[in-house]
Ligand binder design. Structure first.
Ligand code: NFE
Length: 477
């Protein structure tokens, strides 16, 4: 007899994600026969932007998420540059790559140590306090001295993330919520001191990636070999590409492309459509390319189960993220699974950090960072980039110098989407289907699959009243 399991909220993701599983028990283990992924909050930024000055988009869209604001700044800036018909000078382009790179490194370290690694470590006797308790403890988890070492790296990773933020802020003005990315370049000045400070932080982060992060990921991969065949999902991969190596963006550190049904192919933006049969939007909001997209919420829509729309490429489900980027670029093609996602992310961190060291040497103190261009009265633009979690696109139209349409497709919309109009499950839903779960009271297998995508539903504005009495945690190592 089938039964249901609700992981609500599914924790250690950014934002608010619910996963509903239907399971059978054909033998000693449970098997997932159906999975539903729900984004539980409305974002609405597309509508907030209507009627505003186009240049506001860079700042407003960063408020979608505190984890990947730089990617939204980059996407909005590229959108505006296409609309304004301006390209950045080399210094501006490189500075933007360095700021985005700093955010990638911060986010990848965050994902492994603070979101995913706790799925693999038994921290009993090491972290016996909230927020690390209550937690699942399963027989396959790594324990003892290895767990203690990994917890030590968990703490070290917090400091590394702070350094990545500091590094980005050198050229971004601050982190998160950066100030310096603008259509036409970057407003930050290049000085020898800034380059020296950036380099010192980057070297520390590179050392951590090479000596701690990559070895830890490989250790987890070796300890959990079964996860190299678990959680494949749709098998299609999509990347818009990122880190422009020339002014026109025709050359990138990580290329644009896709891998669909076993074939490599170019990306044709006209093939992208969002569907809403199972999303809380009016039927009119669905079956549209984002260049003509609209966002009309429909809170009580019958049959809907997510605030995330369902983006599809040529009607097909695609996974996005570090594995998609590294796969399309030819850097990592071992397989598509839980471990491959985690490993590709770590290898990408190394690739980006090493490239950043090279970009620093290309900066020219005193050279121009920015080209001014007045805003057009009417125009349209598309900004495609990559956020740490995958392909990110902004689509904009301007009329009478104001935004008349703005549409955003985030990476997590691709990965955590609900079913589409053809009832095809989203990428995470497919990766969960068929999953074997040993103990329904501790469905750690499902967490490992979902976390491997590093989902971020953090697409709403939240208000919170800070607690007046702070609490201090002491980690005993
Ligand atoms: Ni909120 Fe983001 C990234 C974007 S995920 S973290 O990376 O865009 O949808």
């Amino acid at each position: 007899m089938s039964q249901t399991l609700s992981l609500s909220p599914l924790t250690r993701v950014e934002g608010h994600l619910d996963i509903q599983l239907t399971l059978d028990k054909p033998d000693s283990m449970f098997t997932v026969t159906k999975a539903q992924s729900s984004g539980t909050m409305f974002r609405g930024f597309e509508n907030i932007l209507m009627g505003r000055d186009p240049r506001d988009a860079t700042h407003y869209t960063q408020r979608i998420c505190g984890v990947c604001p730089v990617s939204h700044a980059m996407a909005a800036t590229l959108t505006l540059e296409q609309a304004f018909a301006v390209v950045p000078p080399d210094n501006g382009r490189i500075l933007r790559n360095l700021i985005l790179g700093a955010n990638f490194l911060q986010s990848h370290v965050l994902h492994f140590y603070h979101l995913a690694a706790p799925d693999y470590i038994d921290t009993t006797g090491i972290l016996d306090m909230p927020p690390w308790k209550p937690r699942f403890v399963t027989p396959d988890m790594v324990a003892g001295g290895t767990a203690k070492t990994l917890v030590g790296h968990y703490v070290q990773a917090l400091a590394i993330r702070r350094k990545a933020h500091q590094m980005g802020a050198i050229f971004a003005g601050r982190m998160p919520g950066i100030m310096s990315m603008v259509p036409g370049g970057c407003t930050s000045e290049v000085t020898t001191q800034k380059v020296t400070d950036f380099k010192a932080l980057l070297t520390e982060i590179q050392t951590f990636i090479n000596n701690v992060y990559l070895p830890d990921v490989l250790a987890v991969a070796a300890a959990f070999p079964q996860y190299s065949t678990i959680g494949k999902g749709c098998g299609n991969l999509l990347a818009y590409g990122v880190f422009d190596l020339n002014a026109q963006g025709t050359s990138k550190l990580l290329a644009r492309g896709r891998y669909t049904e076993g074939n490599y192919a170019a990306v044709d933006l006209n093939q992208i459509k969002e569907y809403v049969k199972y999303s809380y939007y009016t039927t009119a909001s669905g079956n549209r390319n984002p260049s003509v997209g609209i966002t009309q919420p429909s809170v009580d829509k019958a049959g809907a189960y997510s605030w995330v729309k369902a983006p599809r490429y040529a009607g097909k489900v695609h996974e996005v993220g570090p594995l998609a980027r590294m796969w399309v670029n030819g850097d990592y093609r071992k397989g598509i699974s839980v471990i491959d996602r985690v490993a590709a992310r770590a290898y990408e961190a190394k690739k980006v950090a090493d490239a950043m060291a090279g970009w620093l040497t290309q900066l020219r103190a005193g050279a121009s960072d920015y080209t001014y261009k007045a805003e057009p009265a009417s125009a349209s633009g598309i900004g495609l980039t990559e956020a740490p979690r995958g392909a990110l696109g902004h689509w904009m139209q301007v009329a009478s110098k104001k935004i008349s349409r703005y549409q955003i497709i985030t990476p997590t919309a691709w990965n955590a989407s609900p079913e589409d109009d053809n009832d095809q499950a989203g990428a995470i839903e497919q990766a969960l289907t068929g999953l074997r779960i040993a103990d329904i009271a501790q469905p750690i297998e499902a967490l490992r699959v979902v976390h491997s995508f590093d989902p971020c539903l953090s697409c709403s504005v939240h208000f919170a009243e800070p607690k007046r009495n702070g609490k201090k945690f002491v980690v005993h190592l």
